[in-house]
Design a protein around this ligand. Structure first.
Ligand code: ZN
Length: 301
């Protein structure tokens, strides 16, 4: 074997795994209005998390800004297997709503992030897709408070009252509540999440939802990640990942637990399965870990 042949073989070994991998999942990330978050930094971080995994190819679509005409927003969902919503602004116009409802009910995948459960309270199908929402005037008319209780039961609390509350940001422990779900399979039952803003008192229709993970706040196990079925479509909602109004304030999405569950939730929403093994750098109950480069370290798998 000549040196050239050996070199060619070596190169083939290096290139083949990439060439043989499935096509990246075509992803549309919608962002552009959010009064209380640094949506640009969060969206860029999310794009890096997804693309660095090699599993996703992301197009970012920025809506008109606050005060501009939202009716100019005309996304084309065709050709995408996944739509990620990182958006806290004005409700989309009726034709866009109808196109999105069709995209999801025909089997499209959706990921809804953090403050994206706040907007579009006047759009019933969006409330169904997210299952739970917060703020923007939501109250008992939108549905019950939903939380988890010991024994795996869901509590549907119809007490009248506002939806949405959060206290100061803090480090916290996340409890896995659906260990058999593809998104959670193989991950620790409890893991530490880096400093974040924890939403509580969420309420909404709460239909076709499965709670994947909770955080204990004020004595209640509040859902922080869940799935929703809408027609043939799959929705993954993750309300962790607060990014403040300052470009420096994106620390919550540096958490390895956040990044790994986002990648798994995104793959599941798009395909119905998760091919990613549980990584070695996943946080434990008493130790958080970070991925500051928005990618897995060399020996993570
Ligand atoms: Zn927030």
């Amino acid at each position: 074997m000549t040196r050239k042949t050996i070199l060619t073989l070596l190169l083939a070994c290096l290139i083949l795994p990439v060439a043989q991998a499935a096509q990246p999942i075509k992803t549309l990330l919608i962002t552009g209005q959010d009064g209380s978050h640094y949506w640009r930094g969060a969206s860029q971080g999310i794009e890096k998390i997804l693309e660095n995994s090699g599993l996703f190819e992301v197009d970012i679509l920025v809506t008109p800004d606050f005060g501009e005409d939202i009716n100019r927003f005309e996304p084309d969902f065709k050709g995408y297997s996944l739509v990620i919503i990182n958006y806290g602004g004005a409700t989309w116009k009726p034709s866009v709503r109808r196109a999105f409802e069709k995209y999801v009910s025909d089997g499209g995948g959706v990921v809804v992030l953090h403050s994206s459960i706040i907007p579009m309270e006047d759009w019933p199908a969006y409330n169904e897709m997210t299952a739970l929402g917060a703020w923007n005037g939501r109250d008992e008319r939108w549905g019950p408070y939903v939380y988890w209780t010991e024994g795996g039961r869901y509590i549907y609390d119809y007490t009248p009252g506002y939806a949405g509350y959060h206290g100061l940001q803090h480090e916290t422990v996340v409890d896995t509540r659906a260990p058999g779900h593809p998104i959670m399979q193989g991950l620790p039952p409890r893991w530490k999440h880096f400093k974040d803003e924890i939403y509580t008192k969420l309420r909404g229709p709460g239909r076709n939802m499965e709670i994947l993970a909770t955080i204990e706040e004020q004595g209640r196990h509040e859902p922080v990640m869940w799935t929703v079925g809408y027609g043939k479509g799959r929705v993954f909602v993750d309300v962790l990942g607060h990014c403040g109004n300052d470009p420096e304030l994106t620390y919550s999405i540096l958490c390895t637990g956040y990044q790994v569950t986002l990648l798994r939730g995104a793959e599941w929403a798009a395909t119905g399965t998760v091919t990613q093994p549980a990584p070695k750098d996943f946080p434990l109950e008493d130790t958080f870990t970070l991925r500051p480069e928005f990618k897995a370290p060399f020996h993570a798998y």
